[in-house]
Each structure stands twice: as structure tokens, then as C-alpha cells.
Design a protein around this ligand. Structure first.
Ligand code: P6P
Length: 359
């Protein structure tokens, strides 16, 4: 009989590898697993009238919020606001930092999350996901501040995602490899199903919204032709897989090998930074990609080294097999100087706070 390994047992068994494996850290990951179970339950029921359809209000990006978005956002907040493990939170659905209510203790971690990424796919039954990042508190203030939120991804304590698909999976890393757990709905536990996930050396897919090709920069256009085996040394073409749900596209490429790209472009010259949110999507997935032997770049350099300057800043994203992502950087260096000159000043602007982690 195979060993039944829950998230808790997995962390306890590999405790010596987890410098963070204090009770607080283990419990924090368990809190996210509980949120995932509850959201999964609602997601499978989303077909029912009372949840379907867009909520009346909109999120910070002006996108119509789906009710499940709002439910997931509130659920993650309520599961984490009173535990004393967090000093603050931030959500893609909220403009500003979310403080821990004064009546509750403040903790030594900070949680950033995208409660339901790809939510526009809810009504067409396409897999969607939750993305989360955990940083350590670095500020000297009693409660969490923007300084604790705006940290580079290189400092992450943990990151992960939940994918609500044919089965519900939670995939995370605490800096010691990437591990996947599949929800057994009967037992109500996430069981270790994908230990130590590594991106396969041989990639099968590339994921991009080809509908944007008209707006892509020359280097990105040539890069996608290279991925298709048309440009360059005539490599075997990669299959094109794009589902329009970042977690689903990322998860498939993580397990099968591939590259996801959402490039910046010059359609709006003062917005050359593409669509992905650094703090709520790109940092977490870049952490996982590197932990699994892959890489993530904004086209110029590592996502994990970008010093954030605002909570909702957007970045171009190339993520997956290291050789494929580095090839994108090469094409952009060669052919996209105009784009680089527009994007780099925004990317490298002085971060709001320059803080070093407390030792
Ligand atoms: P497009 C969903 O809205 C999302 O943020 C990601 O989940 C997904 O990868 C991307 O946007 C899809 O964007 O412009 O191709 O529809």
C-alpha cells in the first residue's frame, strides 16, 4: 500500500530541509489548503444560478468581478485574518494592503494572493486557479507595511497555486523543490501525488495568445516563429497550447515542459509592460519555475530579481524551460531595442522602499 502523505506529514517528514518549518509556517500552508478545499467546493457548484454571472462591482483593474472571485477573495481573507501568523495581506482584488484587524495578533509572514485567476473562464467550465506568495516580515513596524509587501521574489519564503480542474491540486514550494498534492474529496485531504516536480528537459508546448501577434515586437514575433520551427535552425515545432487561464497553462507546461509567454508590446507606448501582475502572479510562478529547474523572465532578466515599486505593477512574462526563456531574452536583445528603451525605465525605477531582510 502506497504511503499516504498529507501536506502536514510531507513538511514534518522533510522538516530538516525546511528552515521555516516552524508550526506557524506549516499551519500557514495548511490554512491555504483549507481555503482551497472550500473554494474548490464552491467552484464545482459554480454552475448553479446563484453564483453564476458577474458581481455588480469591479476590481482594481476595472474588470467585472465574477461572484466566485469575491467569494474566493473573502474566504482566503477570513481563514487568515485571525491566526496571528500574518502581519498583513494583499489581494489582486484590492487596491491597497489589507491590514490584520487590530483585535488579532500580528505575525511574521505576509500573504499575497490572486484569489481566482482566470475567473473569466468560470462560466465556460475551464480550469481556474488561486495563486499565493508568502514573504517574511522585514519591516520594524509592529504590523505589516508596504515595505513587507514590495520585496523581490528572490526573498520568497514560499509560493504556490491551486488548480481547480478535473481534480483539485495544490502545488507549492518552500524553497526545497516543488511538490504537488491532489485533493481526495472523499477524505477532504490533499495527498502527495507529484513529489519533487522537475520541468522535463524536452519541452512539448508553447503558450501564447496568437491573437496578439499583430501587436508583438519584432523580436517576440521572430521568437514565436523560432518556437514553431519556422525561424532559425529549423527546430522541431512545439505544439501550441493556450487555454487563457494562467494557472492551467503554467501547470501543464510545468509537468510536460514548455514556455508560456505574455509579452509587453508598444501598442500603448507608455504601457510597454504587458498584462501579468508581478506581485500576484509572476513572482509566485517564477519562484516555482526556478525551484523546478526552469526560469522566468520579463524579457530582460529574472522576474525574481525585479525590485517591486508598486503593489499592482505589471510585467511581461516568459516562463518555463530555461533554454526556451533565455532564447526569448536573446531575440529581444537582438531585435527589440525600441521596446527595451520604453520598458526598462519603468522596470528599474527606484522601488518605493529599499529594504534588506532582517537576519
Ligand atoms: P488574454 C486571465 O484573465 C489572465 O489573467 C490569465 O489567467 C491568462 O493567462 C491571461 O489573463 C489571458 O489573457 O489576453 O490572452 O485573454
Amino acid at each position: 500500500m502506497a504511503k499516504i502523505v498529507t501536506i502536514e506529514r510531507h513538511i514534518l517528514e522533510t522538516q530538516k530541509q525546511y528552515p521555516e518549518a516552524t508550526g506557524a509556517f506549516t499551519s500557514l500552508l495548511y490554512d491555504m489548503a483549507l481555503a482551497a478545499k472550500i473554494i474548490a467546493h464552491e467552484t464545482t457548484r459554480a454552475g448553479l444560478a446563484e453564483i453564476l454571472g458577474a458581481a455588480e462591482n469591479h476590481n482594481v483593474y476595472g474588470e467585472q468581478q465574477q461572484k466566485l472571485d469575491v467569494f474566493a477573495d473573502q474566504m482566503i481573507y477570513k481563514i487568515n485574518d485571525h491566526t496571528g501568523r500574518l502581519c498583513a495581506m494583499a489581494s489582486e482584488e484590492h487596491e491597497d494592503i489589507i491590514p490584520i484587524p487590530p483585535r488579532f495578533d500580528s505575525g511574521k509572514y505576509i500573504l499575497l494572493y490572486d484569489p481566482l485567476d482566470g475567473s473569466s473562464n468560470i462560466d465556460v467550465n475551464v480550469s481556474i486557479g488561486t495563486i499565493f506568495s508568502i514573504h517574511r516580515k522585514v519591516s520594524s513596524s509592529e504590523r505589516g507595511t508596504l515595505e513587507d509587501l514590495l520585496q523581490p521574489g528572490r526573498r520568497l519564503a514560499a509560493a504556490g497555486y491551486v488548480i481547480y480542474g478535473s481534480s483539485t491540486m495544490m502545488v507549492y514550494s518552500t524553497g526545497n523543490g516543488v511538490h504537488g498534492f491532489t485533493l481526495d474529496p472523499g477524505v477532504g485531504e490533499f495527498l502527495l501525488s507529484h513529489p519533487d516536480i522537475r520541468v522535463p528537459n524536452k519541452a512539448l508546448y508553447y503558450s501564447a495568445n496568437q491573437g496578439n501577434e499583430k501587436y508583438w515586437t519584432p523580436g517576440v514575433r521572430r521568437y514565436t516563429k523560432w518556437l514553431q520551427g519556422i525561424e532559425g535552425e529549423g527546430r522541431k515545432p512545439l505544439g501550441h497550447r493556450y487555454i487563457g487561464s494562467l494557472v492551467a497553462d503554467f501547470h501543464r507546461n510545468l509537468l510536460r515542459g514548455g514556455v508560456f509567454l505574455y509579452p509587453g508590446d508598444l501598442q500603448k507606448p507608455n504601457e510597454p509592460y504587458g498584462k501579468m501582475r508581478l506581485m500576484f502572479e509572476a513572482q509566485a510562478l517564477a519562484f516555482l519555475a526556478e525551484q523546478a529547474g526552469g526560469y522566468a523572465s520579463d524579457g530582460i532578466g529574472p522576474i525574481l530579481d525585479i525590485r517591486p515599486h508598486s503593489l499592482h505593477q505589471r510585467v511581461p512574462l516568459f516562463i518555463g524551460n530555461r533554454d526556451l526563456v533565455e532564447k526569448a531574452e536573446e531575440y529581444i536583445r537582438l531585435y527589440d531595442q525600441e521596446w527595451i528603451e520604453a520598458y526598462r525605465p519603468i522596470r528599474d525605477q527606484t522601488p518605493l522602499i529599499v529594504s534588506e531582510p532582517a537576519d
